[in-house]
Design a protein around this ligand. Structure first.
Ligand code: CTP
Ligand SMILES: C[C@](O)(CO)[C@H](O)COP(=O)(O)O
Length: 240
């Protein structure tokens, strides 16, 4: 990514790292009998793959908050028992939208006054440790950083007048993790929710510039049925 900000802040390798894995959605587009975060990939729930990656020791994440639909707490507990999960994490109830779920996750971290927090979709189980580390490191240096990739397809904008080509060299497809200085994200999530919010960067950007970090094309968001097929294939690929 050729996106470079003015200058980094002081390097701070000792501030605590937190993670909020948002998995409070219902998976309407997947159309499965249960929320997609609980569907299996190579025999394990999508969310468990994601949790394993964020709790990898080298990342030094101090606390991992998992946000779930309130009516799915028991399902998750059963899945954890079934898969012998001994990974420390805190479960928090989600809200009516992704924004509300992130806000609930952040509320759980309110006693902390400093640190860096990653927000990551529970349904992006293929995120690599190197992308997570790079995004935390960029947020530690610049305050706000998100993973993104360049589009591979041509892109057109549509309107009632028709459609027209966009310059894709100026566009990025935004992924998660999205990492922020904790107090910055707490301030941003005190503002009212807007319908234009689709991610955390859109919530923060009026308060602070967003640094883009090289994401990964494999870091797909499980959204529709074909994504499960792709994700299983990628998980079995040698580089994963
Ligand atoms: N109220 C919500 C809505 C979404 N999410 C989470 O935000 C991430 C991205 O959302 P999306 O892919 O849209 O998930 P769903 O809302 O479950 O899917 P859909 O829009 O198809 O219903 C997912 O990990 C999802 O669980 C959440 O925590 N709380
Ligand atoms: C946060 C996100 O994954 C970044 O690409 C995306 O915006 C989530 O979108 P959705 O509308 O919840 O599918």
């Amino acid at each position: 990514m050729p996106d470079s900000p003015a200058s980094p802040g002081p390097a701070s390798s000792v501030t605590p790292r937190f993670a909020i894995l948002v998995a409070g959605g219902s998976g309407t587009r997947m159309g499965a009998g249960r929320p997609k975060q609980f569907l299996e990939l190579l025999g394990e729930p999508v969310l468990l793959h994601t949790l394993r990656r964020f709790t990898e020791a080298s990342l030094r994440v101090q606390e991992c908050v998992v946000v779930l639909p309130p009516d799915q707490f028991d399902s998750w507990q059963q899945l954890c028992a079934q898969h012998h999960v001994a990974i420390a994490h805190t479960v928090v109830a989600g809200g009516h939208s992704r924004w509300a779920s992130v806000r609930n996750g952040l509320a759980h971290l309110k006693s902390h006054t400093a640190g860096t927090v990653a927000v990551h979709d529970g349904v992006r189980p293929l995120v690599t440790i190197s992308v997570i580390e790079a995004t935390y490191a960029a947020a530690e240096a610049y305050g706000a950083a998100v993973a993104a990739v360049a589009p591979k397809d041509s892109v057109r904008s549509v309107s009632q007048q028709g459609s027209f080509a966009l310059d894709r060299s100026r566009l990025r497809l935004v992924q998660t993790p999205q990492c922020f200085e904790l107090q910055l994200l707490q301030r941003a999530y005190q503002l009212p929710e807007l319908t234009t919010f689709t991610d955390d960067a859109s919530v923060v950007e009026d308060l602070h510039p967003i640094q883009l970090v090289a994401g990964d094309y494999r870091n797909l968001k499980i959204t529709t049925p074909e994504d499960l097929v792709l994700a299983e294939a990628l998980l079995q690929a040698p580089s994963h």
